[in-house]
Write a protein that binds this ligand. Sequence first.
Ligand SMILES: NC(=O)c1ccc[n+]([C@@H]2O[C@H](COP(=O)([O-])OP(=O)(O)OC[C@H]3O[C@@H](n4cnc5c(N)ncnc54)[C@H](OP(=O)(O)O)[C@@H]3O)[C@@H](O)[C@H]2O)c1
Length: 524
Amino acid sequence: MNATEQPREILLTGATGCIGGRLLAALEAHGRPVRCMTRRPAALNGRVGPHTSVVRGDCLDPISLPGALAGIDTACYLVHSMGGTADFEAQDRIAASNFGTAARAAGVRRLVYVGGLGSAAGLSRHLRSRHETGAVLRESGVPVVELRSGIVIGAGSLSFELIRALVERLPVMICPSWVRTPTQPIALADLVAYLVAVLDLPHGDSRVFEVGGADVVSYGEIMREYARQRGLRRRLIPVPLLTPRLSSLWLGLTTPVYARVGRELVDGLRTATVVRDDAARNAFAFRPLGLRQAIARAQEEEDAAFVAGPWSEARVAAGTALRWGGVRIRTRLIHSCAVDLPVAPAAAFAPIRRIGGANGWYYGDWMWRLRGFVDRLIGGGGMKRGPRGAPHPAPGGGLGCRGGGGRRSGGVGMNRGRRDAEHLAAGDVVDCWRVDACEPDASLRLAAEMKVPGRAWLQFDVAPRDGGGSTVRQTAVFDPAGLLGRCYWHALYPVHVLLFEGLLRSIARRAVGAPLVPESRPAP
Ligand SMILES: NC(=O)c1ccc[n+]([C@@H]2O[C@H](COP(=O)([O-])OP(=O)(O)OC[C@H]3O[C@@H](n4cnc5c(N)ncnc54)[C@H](OP(=O)(O)O)[C@@H]3O)[C@@H](O)[C@H]2O)c1
């Protein structure tokens, strides 16, 4: 390509999926034009940048492919059929064959595919199908760069979600021998970095790169490390007799959401999935993360994504379904309510920015104090109305800041309250909370520092209304750690609802400066 030539669009399949979604964000960040091909274009509404186009295409529908592939130089094939109900091996074979044939006819010069690690002998149906898909794509005659990867550590990755579901639900796990099978998990961000780097390789013959993270570990170690980072005590009891078949049935009982897919994945756990050749290490300059950093990073990225995207969707969704336990989005449990006020956002926000410390919590103050007392008893931060000018600790670091979940073994034992009765900034302490983010007259997010079995946030958003006035939305979000966390949320749900809705009513009264019966109502 010369300097005046426009870079050509990269065709990305699987952009609605875990790896494709992250690759899309990375390509957009690198300024590369992308054409996403999906069976569900609506799923990408509002999720693509200005230089990305979306076309409808289905690898099982050959007629839909020539248009999607027209003018394409490089296509990323991040498709698999395990989420469907049909025979995924047969479907994946047909899908890859259709795509390869259409790519060849369209003059595509390179296909990039993510397959699975594992040697050829005794592979599970799932791993066999991953290898077969690579082979079928190569049969098209278009050069294929295949990245063979082990379990991908990142939100939305089926294998990681399965591990997460097991560890979050089960305090004691009866584990068959597969928990000792070696594997080389890779952080989602590292796999995406490899994919981006592959796009810059000079064109040539088909190649296979085995990619993995820095650590070779067992599945048991992945579970233990995940539990450790979530502050969960988990016991893995190895038993010699539980076959993958039996354990997959048991998996269906304990994690029904992942039952069918989980069975196929578990069946693959008996095969070692580790990097056997150094080609990727030699071809690409960067060094991938180890297990510990990969899991920590997955958590951080999930927190950041929740704030940037589904957090706001969550607020709306939560408002439309006022049912027991609130709304659940991924691992988070949410309660949200709103009130319309006849005052400008600055006036509506005033009582919000003054909350806590010497100003109190406006409603059920004794309950907040009781909560603080309990917290001090069990070693948390406590709710003490401290003097102005109390110590101002360093910012808590966004959503990753401490919030119980066993991350903190003792109390922070400091004189809480708030630094300034009028103004708040990120990092400020407000009694049992710490300010995560504060946008003047618009939003305040508090992260809980009291002892809770999980992580909790309280968010206030103020938005102007058409025709004057403003809407105040208050959202409580809880990320429960294990069963205890879920029990805590559900058992205290009525109390929390009483407290949070009372708080919103009191904020409303203070904002308008007169008694007001607020309307707690769903979002439009
Ligand atoms: N996650 C892991 O741990 C892991 C590990 C090793 C390898 N891999 C491989 O990496 C690739 C991507 O995995 P992922 O975890 O990102 O998968 P994913 O989240 O389950 O996404 C699968 C994608 O496949 C697309 N798709 C399915 N059938 C299709 C069809 N007939 N036509 C067009 N698109 C179709 C879906 O797009 P639409 O529904 O929008 O059409 C969806 O975006 C797969 O090949 C997988 O085997 C994953």
